[in-house]
Design a binder for this molecule. Structure first.
Ligand code: RUB
Length: 308
């Protein structure tokens, strides 16, 4: 296994790299770097290396279909390529990786263009955790000259909300940080809730940072619009075959380092927000109903259902 893959997997596991997009980007770059340094002489061996890298990266975080879709796409391109020379196959990996990264970048900009229209001048927007896609959309709204405030949750146990708060302040946006349990207290006071996504299921349910479903519940009760901001490729194709999205459970140490012995601590990283709580998914194709996700993904990315 090449060091670039092991290193990326380790940084992803430790949350040094966090958020679905950043995880996928790091994994793609690691696969490409590993492929470029491959010592394999035959296609079969090269494929075995790629498959090994795929296994290691998949295991680094379990609830990341964008990363899985990207890696499957790259491996599939090699498997189905007519090329037999390893040098040519490395080029295939580079080409597919670059085009995947480019399309991720384009989607991010399209999402920002669509989503920023929902941020009105003088409004207050609440977000949970740290989503680079949400941040980019809010920055765009700011760049368009809108004046608005952001309320962000701490996002216990590892406080990704602090990253959001710093990035929003850096963008010149008035920002308030609240504890996660204060969401109901503030949600009446905000005009819009926007969150990112780690996974979207075939039924249109969304998996995001633990606590997102509670934010959605509070938003629904307060009649505050709740939007998910996400690339279509966070769709998990396995859910259409009946598989459930696995929810990563992280170390209890993140919750309480020197907890008394005998205490059970549970630390799921994500939860599921059912589609009926979601006003819309702001994606690169526009604002869509969660119900239409499977149909749209099969139209825009039919390959997603082919590769396993
Ligand atoms: C991050 C999180 C983010 C999504 C989307 O959780 O839940 O909302 O990953 O992020 P963690 P992005 O910190 O555990 O990775 O929009 O950047 O893909």
């Amino acid at each position: 296994m090449h060091e670039s893959v092991l290193d990326a997997a380790d940084r992803i596991k430790r949350l040094e790299i966090q958020g679905a997009r950043n995880v996928a980007i790091a994994a793609i770059k690691a696969i490409e770097a590993g492929a470029k340094r491959s010592k394999s002489k035959e296609k079969q061996k090269f494929l075995e290396e790629l498959t090994g890298a795929k296994t290691v990266l998949f295991a680094s975080r379990e609830t990341e279909p964008l990363m899985r879709n990207a890696i499957r796409h790259i491996v599939y391109a090699v498997e189905t390529s007519d090329e037999v020379s390893v040098r040519e196959l490395v080029d295939v990996v580079s080409r597919v990786s670059s085009s995947f990264l480019e399309s991720l970048e384009k989607s991010k900009e399209k999402i920002a263009a669509v989503g920023s229209k929902r941020v009105s001048n003088g409004s207050k927007v609440l977000t949970h955790c740290h989503s680079s896609t949400v941040i980019n959309m809010l920055r765009k709204a700011k760049d368009e000259g809108k004046s608005f405030e952001v309320v962000c949750t701490e996002s216990r146990p590892v406080f990704q909300g602090r990253i959001t708060a710093k990035e929003m302040l850096d963008a010149g946006i008035e920002t308030t940080l609240i504890v996660d349990s204060a969401v109901r207290y503030f949600v009446n006071d905000v005009d819009l809730v926007v969150v990112g996504a780690d996974a979207i299921t075939s039924e249109g349910n969304v998996i995001n940072k633990i606590g997102t479903s509670m934010v959605a519940l509070a938003a629904k009760e307060a009649r505050t619009p709740f939007y998910v901001v996400s690339e279509l490729l966070k769709f998990d194709p396995l859910t259409i075959h009946g598989d459930y999205e696995t929810i990563e459970e992280r170390s209890p140490q993140e919750v309480w380092k020197d907890a008394p012995s005998g205490l059970t601590i549970r630390n799921p990283a994500f939860d599921v927000t059912r589609r009926e709580f979601i006003h819309g998914i702001i994606c690169e194709e526009g604002i869509i109903s969660p119900h239409s996700i499977s149909e749209l993904v099969s139209r825009k990315h039919p390959w997603i259902f082919e590769v396993t």
